[in-house]
Write a protein that binds this ligand. Structure first.
Ligand code: 26Q
Length: 819
């Protein structure tokens, strides 16, 4: 047998020939005149030749290993640019760089040509991408299933401070070089129609769904390349098209245009990613997307299982399905339907399989984000699935009755169907009832899932509710995005750490070593300069790299409290102008965030920050001590240059609201100190880095609940804290915006008259205090640098490799492919 090496065999001459071939034959460009963009595309295609070969090899190895695979179902995969990262995984970065230089280009320039595939909103989608990377790095058999959206998350720009949105055609005109179609895997999907009964030859009663509409699923694979191990696993994305021939009857009637109607409708299904984050809207098209995704993916899994020579009854032995939040929940009744109606299994046999295949990850406790679908809508779109959901619910209610006889209150709470004006299907309840494991995404969050969200389910199904703390891939979020720090670390502790992040602990011993501190600090400075150059070039704002770079980068949401950060900035502005004794180290506040297009207050907060930025950046009275930069169009590739440049990481959600956060992990890994509440994974970051190396402030989860139940009144804080009053009043006196103060007064109104639902005012004083500590401690550079080194050293736990091993050991029960 051919031995598989650690890194890819490489022949520079044939690679260069392949690039040229693609330039001419795939992209129809002349070698002499082709642009950087076309050279990038051709390099991508030449590399994809290698990864596609390895993908097929890995597929065979999995089939031969006769082992269990996990199928990660997610409506979002926020993978970021692939080329640079894949070069690292292939172990070919240096060689390709050389080859590209010989072709007359700089590899780094070509890599800048790649658009981010923005097939996700934020944390949940990025988590899915990190998990795929870690599955491949550790060679656990896996497939990611998602949607091939034509347009990813909107592109954001600012017009007079207001967010405006543009469609994101991430594949551009030429297509994405890394993707490959798999026509033999295409699927058909039904929708609408009715359900009928029939009796088979043996006198058995069956149900049959007769869909009124059929869609076609086109399979596209993106390669997930294992870190220096040559295994490649598919991220399989389904594109929806109308099946050909479309409406033949109409076509033959001469209604050529009418015959294409269905094609137009089918084209809508995967046209666009919904831009909501932590908010459910209940749109038919969204449910159609979810079902389309699940039907294609379930069909693909079963095809693979049967093709590998297995019986349908052994499905759960070979396949696990992880549901990334409730978004793909409809896969549960879909698999039941296929087993019952297509494979004619009994309910009990089908349920025995289904209830051993699915596991569900919960990412939120926010009520507005818990998905429900109207019974009427599901009944219309998926009539057979509604019947199956009713039957699952009926059996659940029988179990509840057995455990709590006569207790209708618990029945009402646990029921999959919520009673009310219009009956709703609760997707989270369906998940908990049908899966063998449910997990939260950080220790605190998982406790709250048990204590507040599903206490009775926890009693009914002991052990089902678990925790798997999130993680991030160290390949993209340290090795790739921070090459200088990576080189320094490798120099000290060897080169194995990207695959074994716990080894970083060994650099803690250098935290007080003066020479190491100097080099660490110098690298931070250079990363700050790299970002400052980017800001100067793209936003025309000059930044001083001696200032503290204070970073809040994440979706814009009230619970994340960008407006608390804004109030603190206003307090500094107020003090600089009104308190002659006030001194502060220069600070740059860096924001990047997209607001959901329909989220008015979130957009007002963006506008207000932009207006404050305009003013403070140009106010000579501030002596350059205060700068505010709102970087437009936040995306993975921007995070890759902001994160290594950060001194301070803002993780300031109201306690109990942020399930985990993962930006907190990326920033700490790159040596930023966290200012944060006791929320989500901040709690565990504090545990790892120690209290001296993090700035914790604010109410705890229990304080929040107590304060709310006692009747929280923001006015008392406003009246009693003069700095808070001065800061809030700045929102209302045309200081920053002479023309349109609506945004400012909306924020003020939300905080004072609107009841301040996220307790911004209650946490303000403690937040300001924590910032004062940061200011004081930053001035002692020796101490500060020591703390930043310890942050990098002590966050190895947050590698997504560890998260994946937790899933593997406690939930999926997989074995890695043999070497
Ligand atoms: C739901 C219904 C209809 C349309 C869209 C949605 C929708 C889409 C995306 C609902 C939620 C999301 C995304 C949620 C999300 O990103 N949650 C974050 O997940 C991270 C990974 O676990 C956590 O770190 C964050 O704390 C959590 O907010």
């Amino acid at each position: 047998m051919k031995k598989r090496g650690q890194t890819q065999q490489f022949d520079k001459a044939s690679f260069k020939a392949s690039v040229k071939k693609h330039l001419v034959t795939t992209y129809a460009q002349n070698i002499e005149t082709a642009s950087d963009k076309h050279w990038y595309l051709a390099v991508g295609k030449a590399l994809a030749e290698i990864s596609t070969g390895n993908l097929l090899e890995t597929e065979k190895r999995i089939a031969n290993a006769q082992t269990r695979s996990v199928n990660y179902f997610s409506l979002e995969f926020l993978i970021g640019r692939l080329t640079g990262n894949n070069l690292i995984s292939l172990g070919l970065y240096e060689q390709i760089s050389e080859a590209v230089t010989e072709l007359g280009f700089q590899l780094t320039d070509l890599l800048e040509q790649e658009r981010d595939p923005a097939l996700g909103n934020g944390g949940l989608g990025r988590l899915a991408a990190c998990f795929m990377d870690s599955l491949a790095a550790q060679e656990f058999p896996s497939v990611g299933y998602g949607l091939h959206y034509q347009y990813g998350l909107f592109q954001q720009s600012f017009l007079n401070g207001h967010q405006i949105e543009f469609p994101d055609a991430w594949r551009e005109a030429e297509g994405y070089p890394w993707e490959v179609q798999r026509p033999e895997l295409n699927q058909f999907v039904g929708l609408y129609g009715d359900v009928s009964s029939y009796t088979d030859d043996e006198g058995q009663q069956h149900r049959r769904w007769n869909p009124a509409v059929t869609l076609q699923g086109i399979a596209w694979d993106l390669p997930i390349i294992g870190y220096q191990n040559q295994s490649v696993f598919p991220l399989r994305l389904w594109e929806c098209r109308a099946p050909v021939p479309f409406n033949l009857a109409k076509f033959n009637d001469g209604d050529y245009v009418g015959a294409q109607q269905t094609q137009i409708a089918a084209g809508n299904v995967t046209k666009i990613l919904y831009p909501n984050d932590n908010h459910d809207q209940g749109k038919v098209l969204r449910l159609t997307q979810q079902y389309f995704h699940c039907a294609c993916s379930i069909a693909d899994i079963i095809c693979r299982h049967l093709k590998n020579g297995h019986e349908i009854n052994s499905l759960s032995k070979f396949e696990a399905i992880q549901l990334n939040d409730t978004h793909p929940t409809i896969a549960i009744p879909e698999l039941m339907r296929v087993l019952l109606d297509d494979h004619q299994l009994s309910w009990d046999d089908a349920w025995a399989i289904v209830s051993k295949i699915f596991a569900y990850t919960n990412h939120t406790l926010l009520p507005e984000a818990l998905e429900t679908w109207s019974e009427a809508l599901i009944g219309e779109l998926l009539p057979r699935h509604l019947e199956i959901i009713f039957e699952i619910n009926h059996r659940l209610m029988v179990q509840v009755e057995a455990k709590w006889p006569g207790n209708n209150e618990i029945k009402r709470k646990l029921s999959i169907i919520a009673e009310g004006q219009s009956r709703m299907v609760r997707m989270a309840n369906l998940c908990v009832a049908s899966t063998y494991a449910v997990n939260g995404v950080a220790a605190l969050h998982s406790e709250l899932v048990k204590r507040d969200l599903f206490p009775e389910f926890d009693e009914l199904f002991p052990g089902r509710l678990q925790n798997v703390t999130n993680g991030i891939t160290p390949r993209r979020w340290l090795k790739y995005c921070n090459p200088q720090l990576s080189a320094l670390i490798s120099e000290k502790i060897g080169t194995e750490w990207p695959a074994h992040l716990e080894q970083l602990e060994a650099i803690a011993q250098f935290a007080t070593n003066t020479q190491f501190q100097q080099r660490f600090a110098e690298i931070k400075k250079q990363n700050k300069q790299r970002f400052a150059d980017w800001v100067a070039e793209n936003l025309d704002i000059e930044l001083d790299t001696n200032a503290i770079f204070d970073v809040q980068i994440k979706r814009l949401h009230e619970y994340k409290r960008q407006h608390l950060n804004l109030l603190h900035i206003l307090s500094l502005y107020h003090r600089l102008l009104n308190d002659p004794t006030f001194d502060m180290h220069p600070r740059v506040f860096i924001f990047a965030a997209k607001a959901a297009p329909g989220y008015a207050l979130a957009k007002d907060i963006i506008y207000a920050i932009n207006k404050v930025a305009d003013k403070v950046n140009n106010d000579p009275r501030l002596n350059g001590k205060l700068k505010v930069v709102f970087v437009p169009d936040y995306r993975v590739s921007l995070a890759e240059i902001i994160i290594p440049a950060a001194d301070v990481s803002e993780q300031i959600s109201t306690a109990g609201k942020e399930a985990s956060g993962t930006g907190n992990m990326k920033l700490a890994l790159n040596g930023a100190l966290t200012i944060g509440t006791m929320d989500g994974a901040n709690v565990e970051i504090r545990e790892e880095v120690g209290d001296d190396n993090i700035f914790i402030f604010g109410l705890l989860v229990d304080d929040v609940e107590k304060l709310k139940s006692e009747g929280y009144n923001p006015h008392t804080y406003y009246e009693q804290d003069s700095l808070l009053k001065a800061s809030i009043d700045l929102l209302d006196n045309n200081e920053f915006d002479a023309t349109d103060c609506a945004a400012f007064s909306n924020i003020r109104h939300n905080l004072l008259e609107g009841g301040d639902p996220y307790l911004v005012l209650a946490d303000f004083a403690d937040y300001v205090n924590a910032h004062n500590c940061i200011d004081a401690e930053y001035r002692d550079q020796t101490q500060w640098v020591k703390k930043t080194i310890l942050n990098t050293a002590l966050v190895g736990k947050f590698s997504s490799d560890r998260s994946i091993r937790d899933y593997v050991n406690n939930i999926w029960h997989l074995t890695a492919l043999p070497k």
